[in-house]
Write a protein that binds this ligand. Structure first.
Ligand code: FPP
Length: 245
């Protein structure tokens, strides 16, 4: 009989106290590229690779939900070639994800107004969401043409419509949440923003009411699994009081 459980070594997160839901603003791709004398688009390609590595790490250690900010409602202001590169990377990722989904068992969901995206992307999104419904596992939510204010306005409209039809539940924070893209998903416990910026930039405004925040100067393409472990350890040292004492 083993009398002692193997204790976690320093520098490793306690796997019995993991955040259920981690949300990440994948920031710093442009600066990463600039420092290497590369075009910004190379930074996004490196960022997309890193996203895969982080999603795999989340799955391996047992995180239930990962939400990433891939493209905001404001990102359309960027030069057309940069927008096209990000959309192209998403397409590439989705094609590869579809091919490996049965094996990887990573569920994908999309937050945002995807109706304005290219037909190819919309088809890929519909396909990945349909396959995802077939199994349980880590869920990755990709925010695409997403804005927190836009999400709250759309939810308000949907609630008002239901109210007019007499089908709306009594209005509470809980019932309102079911009209958001994140319906039935727990709020993020931990919101991470790499690259040194310390703002929310219209990301998960409603859902982050009681989230813990973690900021680091590390740029997104360099935010490797070890960096994520550090963020989780910092989270595990916090005292969450939700307005109590
Ligand atoms: C922010 O960095 C990054 C984005 C607006 C795009 C994020 C997109 C990806 C990582 C690629 C596609 C995603 C997936 C899920 C496959 P920035 O360009 O604002 O960096 P900067 O602040 O250094 O300029």
């Amino acid at each position: 009989m083993r009398l002692f459980r193997k204790s976690k070594s320093a520098g490793e997160p306690d796997l019995s106290k993991l955040p259920r839901h981690i949300a990440i603003i994948m920031d710093g791709n442009g600066r990463w590229a600039k420092r290497r004398g590369l075009p910004r688009t190379a930074g996004h390609a490196a960022g997309a690779e890193n996203f895969r590595a982080i999603a795999t790490h989340c799955k391996n250690i047992g995180i239930e939900y990962l939400t990433v900010y891939a493209f905001s409602t404001e990102n359309w202001k960027r030069p057309p070639d940069e927008v096209a590169t990000i959309m192209g990377l998403l397409e590439k990722y989705l094609r590869e994800a579809i091919a490996q989904m049965e094996r990887d068992r990573v569920k994908l969901k999309f937050f945002g107004d995807t109706s304005v995206l290219s037909e190819d992307l919309r088809t890929l999104i519909a396909e990945t969401e349909a396959i995802s419904k077939r199994f349980e596992g880590v869920q990755v939510n990709i925010c695409l043409n997403y804005g927190g204010r836009d999400e709250i306005l759309r939810a308000t409209e949907a609630y008002a419509e239901a109210y007019k039809n007499g089908t709306a539940p009594p209005l509470t924070a809980e019932s309102f949440s079911t009209y958001l893209y994140s319906a039935n998903i727990p709020d993020p416990d931990l919101v991470i923003r790499p690259s040194g910026e310390m703002r929310l930039s219209n990301f998960l405004l409603w859902q982050s009411a009681y989230s813990e925040f973690y900021f680091t100067k590390t740029l997104w393409p360099n935010f490797n699994p070890h960096e994520l472990d550090k963020a989780i350890i910092a989270f595990q040292e916090r005292d969450r009081r939700y307005g109590g004492i």
